[in-house]
Write a protein that binds this ligand. Structure first.
Ligand code: SAM
Length: 674
């Protein structure tokens, strides 16, 4: 159950929200809007303070019913001098339901349009970080579900403004004590402005002790005072989290126009970079991202492993992008996914039993008899239902990302090596001709990224004594993994007899796909994929089609039988194969980070070469999320996932099997997008 909110009649359209847990009102007697405007925005000098800044970051303690967020959104949208990107990071230990958030805004018709968009994204709020995306990715809400102190510990960012909120210090002391103020101060830079509605002595003292200068200001009646202040400690703040050198938007060369490269290009272009994407192929998404359709569903494990947590954040990010950029029913379908539990029962994390069950059920729940029946399965067959899943044609997403303003795509551009000349990286072809140049390079060329990293390392270390290079490329343990899917065309009336959503759990099956490049209305079914490490062959093999069909007989016996009986039989000579080569890491997590070797003389130069590869068979799950992670790390923005999880993707760590992500290859295949 989400946090219960009691609605007291106060003559407004919604009523006045009240917390039975804390015995206090969510908003002041005046209604929240005046407080939000006078105490928080004005107290932090907004909107003037953010005028013409490239980015701005607000931290709020106690997201509550989101009123401060909605008003800030409205102010940002109305401001012609608004920052290009607005980050709003909010903590909330006891999330209210999406419906209560919507109801709270009902009294303010001017906020309705924003409240409805927020309402649509408030689902699946399990403990941890959730990145919600609005306004084409320019307004980023990072909701941190958990105790404020604990949540702030999991991150590393600098807020420009702080809204210090919470129930009254008497009812909710944890939100105002010294440890909380310390946790907030850790997220501030010198000059960060802070605002709150309480002027309680204990709060002023705690803030002062943590390096804030605070002053009482006239409040909105009936409140006599409000508090505003600034982080200006007498000491030098411990961690200066400045953006690394080179992070000011300039020119960026992305090598590889698959899901990873295209997503990174779009995320960087949104932040003002001029991006050129180079690829050896004639069309974008020609590598593993050319898969006719992939299945999007989160990974589930009893211990809620790093892979599971990352996959949920990834699925959310991809759904947001697909929803914004693609046409449902044509390029993708948010149909949900049924996962059969054939080899062993899929146990959900034990910790979820003690949580808001709705948040967990938004993600995954046991499949119901109707869903099973649509797959020709019986109520005794064990399966999970991933409501937030579906299928996507990866190449459609790639094309949409490459079409973003600020991104230029160039095909038939084979990058042979990288060379650094006068502080700029050049992508050179085999004859030494520069194909593109930039201050930043993103290697998103699958396992070819390793060779390019080696060339960058050699070039960066040239001015230094021989042998000073730190062999960073040896950390790029990228491995080719061949996969073949099997497919055949399908008539619309045949499609109606097949599951209307993807099924996975022993390979996967998707029916009713529009045939990419086929005549309008022509559908197809698809099953697979094989999973073969260390093989780079793109040849489709009849034997692997047989293997896929054999697995389909185990996954969905009824469907396999029906296809065999139909006019589009599964006879080996009539089905077709499509093969691609994915790139994976030993950790099964993507590799994402700069090549900068610590303490090496060429560290500065290599700090502007980033690797973004090893998405394995989960490109659809990881690309959108990790592209935002890359951009956030580069610009020292709040991260979309916890710092610990983000660090697990650093190339050096991705080279090791993740302690909590090890599974046999057979299961890796079972868990894949394919
Ligand atoms: N800022 C909100 C708005 O604009 O609607 C109103 C905030 S309400 C007064 C205070 C919020 O703090 C509640 O939603 C409560 O659940 C949350 N809260 C209380 N203790 C907390 C804690 N230790 N960590 C995080 N959130 C907490």
């Amino acid at each position: 159950m989400p946090e219960p909110v009691a609605w007291h009649d106060d003559g407004t359209a919604s009523g006045s929200p009240y917390s039975p847990r804390f015995g206090d009102r969510y908003r002041s007697e005046l209604g929240g809007l005046t407080q939000a405007r006078d105490v928080f925005l004005q107290g932090c000098g907004l909107p003037e303070a953010w005028a013409s800044q490239p980015q701005w970051c607000i931290l709020e303690t106690g997201f509550g019913l989101g009123l401060n967020f909605l008003l800030t959104w409205q102010a940002w949208k109305a401001d012609p001098l608004r920052p290009r990107l607005l980050h709003f990071v909010a903590t909330e230990a006891f999330p209210a339901s999406a419906d209560d958030v919507l109801r709270a805004a009902r009294a303010h018709p001017e906020l309705q349009v924003f409240a409805e968009q927020l309402h649509r994204q408030l689902w699946g709020l399990l403990p941890g970080l959730h990145r919600l995306v609005f306004e084409d990715g320019r307004l980023l809400l990072t909701l941190c579900i958990g105790d404020t102190r604990e949540m702030l510990r999991q991150q590393s960012f600098e807020a420009d403004s702080v809204y210090l909120d919470g129930f009254s210090p008497q009812c909710n002391p944890d939100m105002w004590n010294l440890p909380l103020c310390k946790a907030v101060a850790r997220c501030c830079r010198r000059g960060t402005r802070i605002a709150t509605w309480t002027v309680a002595r204990s709060v002023r003292d705690a803030l002062t002790q943590c390096g804030f200068t605070v002053r009482k200001c006239p409040g909105s009646p009936p409140k006599r005072d409000r508090l505003e202040g600034q982080f200006d400690p007498a000491w030098e703040p411990k961690k200066a989290r400045r953006a690394p050198a080179g992070a000011l938007p300039a020119r960026c060369v992305v090598i590889g126009a698959g899901l990873a490269g295209a997503a990174a290009a779009a995320s960087l272009a949104r932040r003002g970079w001029d991006v050129v994407v180079l690829d050896a192929a004639a069309a974008p998404g020609s590598g593993a991202s050319g898969l006719p359709a992939g299945v999007l569903a989160p990974h589930v494990s009893p211990d809620d492993s790093a892979l599971s947590r990352l996959s949920r954040s990834g699925v959310r990010a991809t759904l947001q992008q697909a929803d914004a950029l693609l046409t449902a029913g044509h390029d993708w379908s948010p149909s949900g996914v049924l996962e059969r539990c054939l080899d062993h029962p899929r146990r959900l994390p034990a910790a979820w039993q003690h949580l808001d069950a709705d948040a967990a059920r938004d993600w995954v729940r046991p499949a119901n008899p109707e869903q099973l029946a649509l797959c020709g399965l019986t109520a005794s067959d064990e399966a999970l239902w991933h409501a937030k899943g579906g299928w996507i044609q990866p190449a459609s997403l790639v094309r949409a990302w490459l079409a973003a303003p600020g991104v230029q795509w160039r095909g038939l551009a084979i990058v042979h090596r990288l060379a650094r000349r006068e502080g700029v990286w050049h992508a050179l072809d085999v004859s030494g001709r520069a194909l593109a140049c930039g201050e930043l390079v993103i290697l998103a060329a699958g396992h070819a990224s390793r060779r390019l990293a080696e060339s960058a390392e050699a070039s960066a270390s040239e001015p230094f004594a021989a042998g000073t290079a730190t062999r960073i490329h040896s950390q790029l343990a990228l491995q080719a993994v061949r996969g073949q899917v099997t497919w055949a065309p399908l008539e619309a009336d045949q499609a109606r007899q097949l599951p209307p959503f993807p099924v996975n759990g022993h390979g996967s099956f998707v029916a009713g796909l529009p045939l990419p490049g086929g005549p309008p209305g022509q559908l197809a079914w698809l099953t697979g994929s094989t999973f073969e490490r260390g093989n780079e062959s793109l040849e489709a093999r009849p034997g692997e089609n047989l293997h896929n069909l054999e697995r389909l007989r185990t996954l969905l016996p009824d469907v396999a039988r029906r296809l065999a009986d139909d006019e589009s039989p599964t006879a080996p000579n009539l089905v077709r194969g499509w093969a691609g080569v994915r790139c994976a890491t030993p950790s099964r997590l993507p590799a994402l980070g700069s090549l900068s070797p610590m303490n090496a003389p060429c560290a500065h130069a290599l700090g502007s070469v980033w690797v973004f590869s090893g998405l394995g068979s989960r490109g659809l799950t990881f690309a959108a999320l990790c592209a935002e992670l890359l951009a956030a790390r580069l610009h020292a923005e709040p991260l979309p996932i916890s710092l610990r999880l983000a660090d697990a993707l650093l190339p050096a760590f991705a080279a090791e099997p993740a302690a909590d992500a090890q599974q046999p290859a057979s299961q890796a295949a079972q868990d894949s997008d394919l």
